[in-house]
Structure formats: C-alpha cells, structure tokens
Design a protein around this ligand. Structure first.
Ligand SMILES: Nc1ncnc2c1ncn2[C@@H]1O[C@H](COP(=O)(O)OP(=O)(O)OP(=O)(O)O)[C@@H](O)[C@H]1O
Length: 309
C-alpha cells in the first residue's frame, strides 16, 4: 500500500475538517479525491504530506510517517499545490534549475532531467521564455515538470485543472495519466467529477470531511446514476417522443422539464436520438451530452441510502 490512513482526523476548533478517514491507495493507482468546497480534500492532502498534523489517527505514505519523517517523504513525493509560485522574470528553464539546486541535484544530472521534463510537458520550445508570459495551462505544466524533476514515486495534485479551459484541462489530465505508465502513484483532488473521471482508476467522494463513497468511476456512475450518459434535447412537438425514446434499448429513463427532454442512457447514443426525433417527424433544436454534477451523485447516493434504510 502506498498511501494508508486509519481514522485520520483533523479538527480546527469545532470544525471537523477530516473525520475518521480510512484511505488505501495502491502503487500505480490514479486516485481522485472528490468533493465540494470545504469537504476536506486539501486538509487530507496536507496531512498526507506532513504539512499539517493530524488531530487523531495514523498516516503512512510509502511506509513513512509524514509528520515524523518529512524529509524522506519529500524526496519521494511530489506535490503540486492549487496555485504554483514561480519567479516570473525568470525563464522556465531557470525556474527548474533553481528548484533542482534546492533539491540538491548535481548540475549535470539536473541539466539532463530539466531537458527531459520540459520535453515531456511540451514546454521545450518555450523553455527560455520568461514565465510571466505563460498561460495558466503552461504554468500548470511547468508545475508538473518541477514536480517530476526529483523523479517521485508518488505525485499529489490539488485541483490540477482549476482555471484551465476544457482543452488545456484534457491535455493536462492526459499528462497526469501518463505518469501511471511509469508506475507513479497519483492522488489528485477536484470538485469536477466529470473531468477527472476519465483518468482516475478509483475515486473517493468526500462530504463534510467523511469519505461517503468510493470505487471505480464506471461502477459509481453506473451504480449511482443508473446510466453514465445524460443526453439533453429540445425538440418540437414533444408528442409521442418520450415513448419512442424510452423504447431505445440503451435508454434507462426519460424526463421532461421546461427545457425539453433529458435521457439517461448506458451509452452516448446522440446519433440514435437524433434519428428517432427526425423519424417521429419532429424538429430537433438542440442535442447535447450533459455531465453529471458531483452534487447529483451525492443527492442520488443519499436518496439510495435512505431508500435502503
Ligand atoms: N487552517 C484552517 N483553519 C480553520 N479551518 C480550516 C482550515 N483549513 C481548512 N479549514 C476548514 O476545514 C474544512 C475543510 O477544508 P478543506 O480546505 O480541506 O476543503 P476542500 O475540500 O479542500 O475544499 P476546496 O475545494 O475549497 O479546496 C472547511 O470547513 C474549512 O473551512
């Protein structure tokens, strides 16, 4: 087990930021800590890194106690905080060289590694430009390059896609995923389930400091939402459409609301939906894939729990 916590708890006065967390993450896993603002993700990360001390419970990362052995831990665990600070007037290369020096890397080795990480993060061409000219996406990639300089065994990323446009976010997620191929264990936090679900092996959903749901993404989406895909459409007239759409084998439910129809389906069947609407003689005004929000997953989860009780 690369990361293991038992009963991990952090209190700030009366606030219980993290409440009795039992987390087990294996080598080479990409694990997503998910949850709304204030649910305890950052506090958990800080305890895993030894940057804040637990109020109760135990933490082991690579077998080390982060509070007692912070230096050994820091050598093997890379951390990308939600906002990375660079020296703006320095170039990407100079920033990395500075970090390498702080990490005590010999000059020759540091040169080789800097080349490698810049190349890998797609920053080789801008290596000698000042960081002040970098976009948020480039800064994040430089942040990850910096983390990879020490060739860590574990990488922890706090809200890595925050503030990135969808394309930059996808690109960055792919880079994170590529770490897995090298056997690096990745822990990332996010409140965007739909964004991270493509790269995580497992996710844990936080709610008020507690891990309320954990598992493989497909299982969760399938289990909690009954269908991984939400399709929204506007068409006129709606008469008879609900029945026709309901009859599609992939569709598990159809709902009408003020904006039109909403389907849940086991696959992305937008082409079949379009065909069905047109065959019904209706006009199709819009058709899109809706991503389930994390709140919805929670809502459904609690509904299910109540129902079971
Ligand atoms: N240093 C602190 N002092 C007091 N309370 C804190 C401190 N840090 C966090 N908290 C509280 O602990 C709870 C969990 O916060 P945390 O930052 O871990 O959540 P989060 O899930 O990371 O949220 P976000 O998505 O906003 O980053 C919140 O209620 C927060 O207000």
């Amino acid at each position: 087990m690369v990361i293991e916590t038992q009963g991990l708890t952090k209190r700030y006065g009366k606030v219980v930021a993290v409440d009795g967390l039992d987390l087990r993450i294996e080598a080479g896993e990409v694990y997503g800590l998910l949850g709304p603002n204030g649910s305890g993700k950052t506090t958990t990360i800080l305890m895993l890194l030894g940057l804040t001390e637990p109020s109760a419970g135990t933490v082991r990362v690579l077998g080390l106690d982060p509070t007692r052995e912070p230096l050994s831990l820091k050598k093997q665990v890379g951390y990308l905080p939600d906002s990375v600070g660079f020296y703006n007037e320095m170039t990407a290369w100079e920033n990395l060289a500075y970090t390498a020096r702080l990490n005590g890397l010999p000059r020759d080795l540091s040169r080789i590694r800097i080349e490698r990480v810049l190349q890998r993060m797609g920053l080789a061409e801008v290596a000698h430009r000042p960081v002040s000219a970098f976009s948020r996406g480039m800064r994040q990639r430089l942040g990850l390059a910096e983390v990879l300089l020490k060739e860590p065994r574990v990488v922890v990323l706090d809200e890595p896609t925050l503030g990135l446009d969808p394309e930059a976010a996808q690109e960055f997620l792919k880079m994170i995923q590529s770490l897995k191929a090298e056997g690096i264990t990745v822990l990332l936090s996010s409140h965007l389930l739909h964004q991270v679900q493509t790269i995580c092996d497992r996710v844990g959903l936080f709610h008020k400091g507690k891990l309320v749901l954990e598992g493989r993404v497909e299982e969760l989406a399938q289990r909690i939402l009954g269908g991984a895909y939400r399709i929204r459409l506007e068409a006129t007239p709606l008469d008879g459409l609900v029945e026709r759409l309901q009859a599609l084998p992939e569709v598990s439910r159809v709902q009408t609301d003020t904006r039109g129809l909403r389907l849940e389906a086991s696959l992305d069947i937008r082409p079949q939906v379009a065909r069905t609407v047109l065959e019904a003689g209706a006009a199709l005004h819009s058709l899109s894939l809706e991503q389930p929000s994390l709140d919805e997953v929670y809502a459904r989860y609690f509904q299910e729990v109540r129902h079971a009780a």
